[in-house]
Design a binder for this molecule. Structure first.
Ligand SMILES: Nc1ncnc2c1ncn2[C@@H]1O[C@H](COP(=O)(O)OP(=O)(O)OP(=O)(O)O)[C@@H](O)[C@H]1O
Length: 284
């Protein structure tokens, strides 16, 4: 506790130094990502890392506390309209992704966390888990509304740009994972917009990320909007599957739809009709 207390005091100074440094040097240069070790007033074995993006800076101390986990060695995984995503590692070697919002995207990442927690409650596999939300700590007033979410797993190793980059056995494995997760998501009454998958080049494993545009749909409703969202989701997924995998895809869809039914989690009629149309299935 005394260590953390001491670190809190010095982190104010470290944030101040890092912000001043960012303003004076990094911002004019518009550098995308730079790690800045702090040089002064830093507690032993403690460091600050900072990255500057168009939408704002991300400054993270090491060690960093989130959801009672002590995390180290932040490294940038990527960034987008929702925020910057860093990987951090616990002493036991387990890695987590921390997504930090911009001032304008806080609601979007908080909603992302709620959707991911809903999917976890519904036992959906192949998606990130959201382990918590916390405020982004900064002395800059313009950062007052920013938040961070803690996610796992981190997809390590080389990522394939598309399924076509995989060898045939890995491609079939990836198709199976994508369709299994899609059917589980549909059965949880969620529609995803702007589907993003990370595909491991080495194993063909697939992780669905970025649920900032996803929506939990009311199970009682059958509205035009709901129909459009579901239809768009199924079409986006179908576009990921290579043409020569269509027969396999049809078989896998039927199999996982049946599986959800036998687990007592049947898909809505709306979702079933869309799958039948998109994957040219006989009535399921
Ligand atoms: N769990 C993860 N494992 C590995 N890399 C990840 C993970 N989550 C995110 N990334 C990387 O970070 C990038 C940004 O993540 P994400 O798409 O969630 O951010 P975003 O700001 O919501 O993006 P967008 O602009 O597409 O909405 C991804 O493209 C990916 O490269």
């Amino acid at each position: 506790l005394s260590f953390l207390h001491a670190r809190r005091i010095s982190s104010r100074i470290r944030h101040h130094c890092a912000n001043a440094f960012l303003q004076s040097i990094l911002v004019p240069l518009a550098i995308t990502a730079v790690a800045i070790p702090a040089h002064a007033e830093v507690a032993p074995q403690s460091t600050v890392h900072a990255w500057q993006f168009e939408n704002g800076a991300v400054v993270i101390p090491d060690p960093f506390l989130f959801a009672e986990k002590v995390l180290h060695q932040p490294r940038l995984l990527g960034s987008g309209g929702g925020g910057a995503v860093l990987a951090l590692t616990q002493d036991n070697g387990r890695s987590y992704a921390v997504k930090t919002s911009w001032s304008s995207s806080t609601e979007s990442i908080e909603k992302e966390c709620r959707v991911l927690q809903h999917l976890e409650d519904k036992h959906v596999t192949g998606v990130e888990r959201c382990l918590g939300v916390q405020s982004y700590i900064s002395e800059d007033e313009s950062d007052a509304r920013r938040a961070m979410i803690l996610l796992e797993p981190v997809m390590e190793g080389p990522i394939a740009a598309s399924l076509s980059d995989l060898s045939p056995p890995l491609q079939s494995h990836a198709v199976e994972m994508i369709l299994k997760t899609t059917i589980q998501i549909l059965s949880a009454n969620v529609a995803v917009t702007d589907v993003q998958v990370l595909i491991s080049q080495e194993t063909g494993d697939v992780l669905f990320i970025d649920f900032s545009e996803a929506r939990i749909l009311p199970s009682s409703s059958n509205s035009f909007m709901q129909q459009a969202l579901l239809s768009n989701f199924v079409q986006e997924v179908s576009a990921l599957i290579p043409k020569d995998q269509e027969v396999l895809a049809a078989r896998i869809v039927s199999q996982f739809v049946e599986e959800q039914k036998s687990l007592g989690r049947p898909l809505s009629t709306q979702a079933l009709t869309l799958l039948e149309e998109q994957f040219l299935l006989d009535e399921i």
